[in-house]
Write a protein that binds this ligand. Structure first.
Ligand code: ADP
Length: 310
């Protein structure tokens, strides 16, 4: 089983307007409201590829119930730890070719809720082979909370994938509890190293040899339409992907994480793991809906991806 972790879930609301009127009333006909948070995107894609997946993390309030309902409709197993407060709304207003976002910071988690989650988590992962963490930590939790969770996984020999950015990722890279795999994009790689990494093989290879990454077995640097570069132990891979017609690449990184988690849980070869991850990223980019992949195109897309060592 693969367990996905979303510590700061949201309802993602999207409003489409011809124009946004400030200090006035805006009536919206086109709306969409979906379960959000990167971990839930990973979950949806895992479900579509037929993986045995359980979604977990923190969930609370009326909106939390809505998310659980949506997961039930999709037949996705879930085991969240409850919190008292309402989870957040993240609102995107699409208008005049622009996107205005209103992002709630979300609930503040109490120490007791954090401890209750850790107990729940330790139990839940007993049956898991792979645990995938995505996104930021909510307010209130100690900054080393992911490190605590990784420590629990490492003590039980569970493979951990970590997809977070900024301070959260820096903390883990500088700490002692390491995940098996991280998936930064080029901007995130530049941010943790504190310098701009150019989009070329030699520069990325040099960056991945930084001591900051020395204890992490797998690093997959995703590069949008340029595919990916990866390091597994001492082997470097370049993933060459086909040109496709893109509808909405938001969530492609999450789809890639789903594929990497699936490949690892199935004990696939390095080449297969990278191919599955990229194929799902590509398929997500070809759809308007985030976290959706058209599996009828999966085999063909897999055949169009090349994994080379360098
Ligand atoms: P993130 O969303 O984390 O920034 P990326 O944008 O790098 O991640 O996307 C992850 C993967 O999805 C890429 O490595 C690639 O395989 C695929 N992908 C993303 N954007 C595109 C695109 N425009 N065209 C084709 N494939 C894409």
């Amino acid at each position: 089983m693969i367990v996905t972790i979303t510590m700061n879930p949201s309802i993602d609301v999207s409003y489409q307007l011809d124009s946004l009127k400030i200090d006035s009333i805006n009536r919206v006909a086109k709306t969409s409201k979906t379960a959000g948070g990167k971990g839930l995107n990973v979950t949806r894609v895992l479900k579509q590829i037929g993986a045995d997946v359980t979604a977990s993390g923190l969930m609370g309030g009326f909106l939390g119930e809505q998310i659980k309902k949506e997961l039930n409709t999709l037949n996705v197993k879930h085991a969240f730890s409850p919190i008292n407060d309402e989870i957040r709304n993240c609102i995107a207003i699409l208008h005049e070719g622009k996107q205005t976002e209103i992002l709630e910071s979300g609930p503040v988690i109490s120490l007791q809720e954090g401890n209750q989650f850790l107990k729940h988590f330790e139990q839940l992962i007993q049956q898991a082979s792979v645990v995938s963490f995505s996104g930021s930590l909510p307010l209130g939790l100690p900054k080393n909370f992911y490190a605590e969770m990784i420590k629990i996984c490492n003590s039980k020999n569970k493979d951990v994938l970590l997809d977070c950015s900024g301070e959260g990722l820096k903390r883990i890279l500088n700490g002692s509890e390491k995940p098996l795999l991280i998936k930064p994009n080029i901007e995130e790689l530049s941010s943790v190293l504190g310098r701009k990494i150019m989009n070329d093989l030699a520069a990325i290879k040099a960056a991945l040899m930084s001591p900051l990454f020395s204890d992490i077995e797998w690093i997959v640097v995703s590069m949008g339409s340029q595919g990916a570069v990866a390091k597994h132990k001492d082997t470097f891979y370049k993933v060459v992907i086909p040109k496709v017609e893109v509808k909405n690449p938001v969530g492609s990184g999450d789809a890639t994480v789903a594929g990497l988690a699936f490949g690892l849980s199935e004990g696939k070869s390095d080449e297969e793991i990278l191919k599955i991850g990229n194929a799902l990223g590509i398929l997500n980019a070809q759809e308007a809906m985030t976290g959706y992949v058209d599996m009828t195109k999966f085999e063909k897309t897999m055949d169009q991806i090349e994994v080379l060592t360098f």
